[in-house]
Design a protein around this ligand. Structure first.
Ligand SMILES: Nc1ncnc2c1ncn2[C@@H]1O[C@H](COP(=O)(O)OP(=O)(O)OP(=O)(O)O)[C@@H](O)[C@H]1O
Ligand SMILES: [Mg+2]
Length: 258
């Protein structure tokens, strides 16, 4: 079967104060269309780095490997081209944009993607109607669209706003990087429901998480464990429960012995 997302031997490093630091050390990962996969792994193993490299953040240098997205060379594409091709990334720490109206920001992003996909742009009225409906489904307060992007938003409100962006941008592949701090059980459910609502044979997602609870809501098709810049183990949902019970040490030791 032709894979939707195919990461092979991906290595990436960062220039940290003049010193090259290798972070991804050969990531292999395939996600078929229609599947939701999760990545777990100890702090600092490279999970967020992987999502940044996939999204095209400049400060990471890819030194080896390839990423095919729907048969295209993802790494050769500009970040905007990746978005137009259907990639969406929710950051671990969403940026605050003082002075930028949330609804205008979102409409600009949505219309850029629509233009690139050959769809008609949405005018302000049509956009607001769709955005209000989507915001309501996420139980967002009506004024969230009028406020500045993420400014003064609580952790849970930022999460809702990310899911709103994802819903409106209609990606075919979403990467969600969850922070383990400060997310209450409702915020986790919102993220999971946001992803579950988009589930279809044409949509895949990669969810980075430390939370068993999120995986309970999400029921991913597959779970991957990352350590020291590689995927060391993959399995079904039971793997997450095993990690929850026993921690990573056992898995890391097994991977090293193998
Ligand atoms: N700009 C940078 N300068 C120096 N080191 C960096 C930089 N960006 C990432 N790193 C290092 O790369 C490693 C991987 O970081 P990354 O954020 O990908 O980890 P993570 O798996 O997402 O961790 P967490 O579970 O805590 O979110 C860490 O050791 C981090 O300190
Ligand atoms: Mg991270």
């Amino acid at each position: 079967m032709s894979q939707f997302l195919e990461i092979s031997g991906l290595k990436a490093r960062i220039d940290a104060d003049g010193q090259e630091k290798q972070i991804l050390r050969g990531v292999d990962l395939s996600i078929p269309p229609g599947e939701v996969h999760a990545i777990m792994g100890p702090n600092g193993c490279g999970k967020s780095t992987l999502s940044y490299v996939l999204a095209g953040r400049e400060d990471y240098e890819v030194t080896a490997g390839s990423v095919l997205f729907k048969g295209q060379d993802l790494l050769a594409m500009e970040p905007e081209e990746r978005a137009a091709a259907g990639l969406f990334l929710a950051f671990q720490a969403p940026v605050e944009l003082p002075g930028v109206n949330n609804a205008n920001f979102l409409r600009t992003a949505v219309n850029a993607v629509r233009r690139a996909r050959g769809q008609d742009e949405l005018d302000a009225v049509a956009f607001l109607k769709l955005a209000r409906t989507a915001a309501k489904e996420l139980s967002m307060a009506p004024d969230m669209l009028k406020r500045n992007v993420n400014v003064g938003f609580s952790g849970g409100e930022k999460k809702r706003n990310e899911v709103l962006q994802m819903t409106m941008l209609e990606p075919s592949f979403a990467i969600l990087d969850e922070t383990d701090s400060g997310l209450d059980v409702d915020a986790l459910r919102i993220v999971a429901e946001g992803v579950n609502r988009l589930r279809s044979p044409q949509f895949s997602a990669l969810v980075i998480t430390h939370h068993q609870k999120l995986l309970d809501y999400l029921v991913p098709d597959r779970i991957h464990v990352m350590a020291q810049g590689r995927i060391i183990l993959s399995g079904g949902p039971e793997l997450a429960r095993e990690i929850d019970r026993e921690g990573y040490t056992k898995f890391l030791a097994e991977a090293e012995a193998a």
